[in-house]
Design a protein around this ligand. Structure first.
Ligand code: G3I
Length: 338
């Protein structure tokens, strides 16, 4: 089905999930990444704590092993992530000057990881979750990033207080990524609770334009990843129309969009909730399928018992026995109908 979808879309449509080499039930992973998922992202193995445990010493063992799992099963691979305030190595945060952070620490890490992983990566989350949750409409890109309170990744003055006086640390990450990534690799800002017409999404839209204006990276090499960690019972999701509007706003700029970490927590694993989950999942997939600039759709954790949201959230496409849930059938149907 995915080959037909790709042919119809005019470019490869990447549909996948997460994998780590230490995940339980490796044999199930091999089969499900042969029959259902065809695109791999490392859930944890390509993060800063895994890839630069000692400053300046790159260790891509885990990240490369995930890439090998992908290619040996005929899957494509995306990189997550080269910069995030969470899961940093023990030497971060440290008391580094702003110029050390922007001039050395970030470029060195981004180069090591992206160059080391090679050019066959569909997209990289160059920066992950850099926009605050307390943003309001009309904020500048700098204000949106300054609003991100928990900034322990790099404290320029070592005081523990974030010192984000400008966005040069983000430009450094993107410029380095653009230099070392494959020439078709999309370079993304990746964010949660975004995708509709709200202040945080507006921040992401102004941030991606700010990045383009300050790096001159062509718009068609840039992307926005909408993580999409949703909660059905609280209405914590966007409508297909809201998503489509955001995708088309980005398409008008020439920027790619992706659904990068989809899961939908449901209160109780009952028929009605699972059908509700399926409908939301199908609408998110349709929003991406029918958008000219959305060609990656990643489901976060391939099975309920492996979900970071806990088994009881029943948040993924497959139940804990590895059986497809209504959402998996819905997704297959939407792909078939496209
Ligand atoms: O590898 C260690 C292991 O050695 C140790 O024994 C074990 C117990 O302490 O911890 C293991 O590390 C855990 C790691 O997952 C690997 O399993 C960390 O404690 C745990 O915090 C980490 O959780 C990950 C989380 O990011 C960290 O923030 C989740 O698996 C992962 O699904 C989640 O994914 C993030 C995305 O990267 C970014 N978007 C949000 C999403 C959900 O938080």
């Amino acid at each position: 089905i995915l080959a037909q979808v790709s042919a119809k879309k005019g470019q490869t449509f990447h549909f996948g999930s997460t994998y780590d080499t230490y995940d339980a039930d490796q044999s199930w992973f091999t089969s499900i990444f042969t029959t259902f998922y065809r695109h791999v992202v490392s859930e944890n193995g390509c993060k800063w704590d895994a890839t630069e445990p000692t400053q300046g010493a790159s260790d891509l063992t885990e990240c490369l092993a995930t890439h090998t799992f992908a290619t040996s099963n005929g899957n494509t691979f995306r990189g997550h992530n080269t910069f995030w305030h969470s899961q940093t190595p023990s030497w971060l945060p440290g008391s580094f000057s702003a110029s050390e952070v922007t001039g050395t620490i970030i470029p060195q890490h981004v180069q090591q990881e992206i160059e080391g992983m090679g050019p066959s990566v569909t997209s990289w989350d160059v920066v992950n979750e850099v926009v605050g949750d307390g943003v309001s409409s009309g904020m500048t890109a700098l204000q949106c990033v300054q609003n991100k309170g928990d900034w322990p990744t790099v404290t320029a003055d070592g005081s523990g207080k974030p010192l984000v006086t400008d966005l040069s640390f983000i430009y450094a990450a993107f410029n380095t990524a653009y230099t070392y990534a494959g020439n078709t690799t999309r370079l993304a800002v990746n964010e949660y609770n975004t995708g509709g017409q709200d202040a945080k999404t507006a921040c992401i839209l102004s941030l991606i334009q700010n990045i383009q204006q300050n790096t001159n990276i062509p718009y068609n090499r840039l992307a926005v990843g909408f993580q999409s960690h949703l909660t059905a019972s609280t209405g914590g999701f966007y409508t297909k129309q809201a998503l489509a509007t955001t995708f088309s706003t980005l398409a008008a700029l020439g920027v790619n969009s992706m659904i990068t970490e989809m899961d939908i927590a449901v209160n109780a694993d009952n028929t009605a909730n699972l059908r509700y989950q399926a409908a939301i999942w199908g609408d998110y997939l349709d929003a991406c399928l029918y958008a000219s600039n959305c060609n990656e759709f990643i489901n976060w954790d391939p099975r309920d018992d492996l979900s970071w949201r806990g088994t009881s959230a029943a948040a993924t496409l497959f139940d804990s026995s590895g059986n497809p849930k209504p959402a998996a059938y819905e997704v297959a149907a939407r792909l078939q109908n496209y």
